[in-house]
Design a protein around this ligand. Structure first.
Ligand code: PMT
Length: 225
């Protein structure tokens, strides 16, 4: 990646990794996010001259990008929401690459659940949608979301773009070879509110991150012109 001034002086929040929802003191519900996509975006935003707050859930032990303003490590979706919300008001751009748990255990057990019956039912409660909340109280901010889908990628992605009041959505088919969770590459289509889209080939997450940052910067420049 190369240095540029695309986001010079801008305050950017990037979320990365997965959230963890406790079931009891030793178990949790999580997902396969490695944090690679989000860390690559944080790196690209630093390279673009931004003041970057990285809110990180669980990751595959990735190195913290050099030059961040701050890194905040979080566990649950509600922890991630608190961290993001606290930096939102005067930030300019949010890119939400984190894989967020939509549900949590409604009543996490205080003590380790003992093995007993043949089946175990865990009642789940809906988590707040962090990005939806940001979209509701958006003023000057530019919002970029992701959609991790396994079917109807463009259709579902377009719905999320509208519902969450986003400026751009990065749709990825996480069931495709070389895309989505874990690996070093991704395959994405960028969706925009005017109905246009940009279909991208399979590429390194670092390369995709640079494109996402460049497109976000262009949206911000247009808003201010
Ligand atoms: O970390 P890697 O291993 O590199 O994998 C990258 C990735 C597959 C995790 C990434 O490319 C990706 O798709 N991230 C979004 C995963 C996700 O939670 O998608 P979603 O379609 O469920 O959510 C849509 C958007 O709303 C996301 O921007 C998400 O951060 C946000 N969201 C979702 C639920 C919720 N309760 N709050 C949210 O803010």
């Amino acid at each position: 990646a190369c240095r540029n001034d695309l986001l010079k002086g801008k305050k950017v929040i990037v979320t990365a990794g997965g959230t963890r929802e406790p079931i009891d003191p030793v178990r949790f519900i999580g997902n396969h996010s490695s944090g690679r996509m989000g860390f690559a975006i944080a790196k690209a935003a630093v390279m673009a001259g931004a003041e970057v707050t990285l809110v990180a859930g669980t990751t595959d032990n990735l190195k913290t990008p050099v030059g961040l303003a701050r890194r905040i490590d979080v566990g649950s979706t509600r922890d991630m929401k608190a961290a993001v919300d606290s930096y939102y008001d005067d930030c300019d751009l949010v890119i939400k690459a984190a894989a967020v748990a939509d549900y949590r255990s409604a009543h996490p057990a205080e003590n380790k659940i003992k093995k007993n019956d043949d089946t175990l039912t865990i009642e789940m409660a809906k988590n707040p949608d962090i990005l939806y909340g940001l979209g509701q109280r958006k003023t000057h901010q530019t919002l970029v979301g992701f959609a991790a889908e396994t079917t109807n990628v463009i259709e579902y992605g377009t719905k999320k773009l509208k519902k969450k009041n986003l400026d751009m959505l990065v749709a990825n088919d996480v069931s495709a070879e070389g895309a989505g969770f874990k690996g070093t590459t991704n395959i994405a289509t960028l969706l925009f509110p005017d109905g246009s889209m940009e279909k991208l080939e399979k590429m390194d997450k670092d390369e995709l991150a640079a494109i996402i940052v460049a497109r976000a910067a262009a949206i911000m420049a247009k808003k201010n012109s």
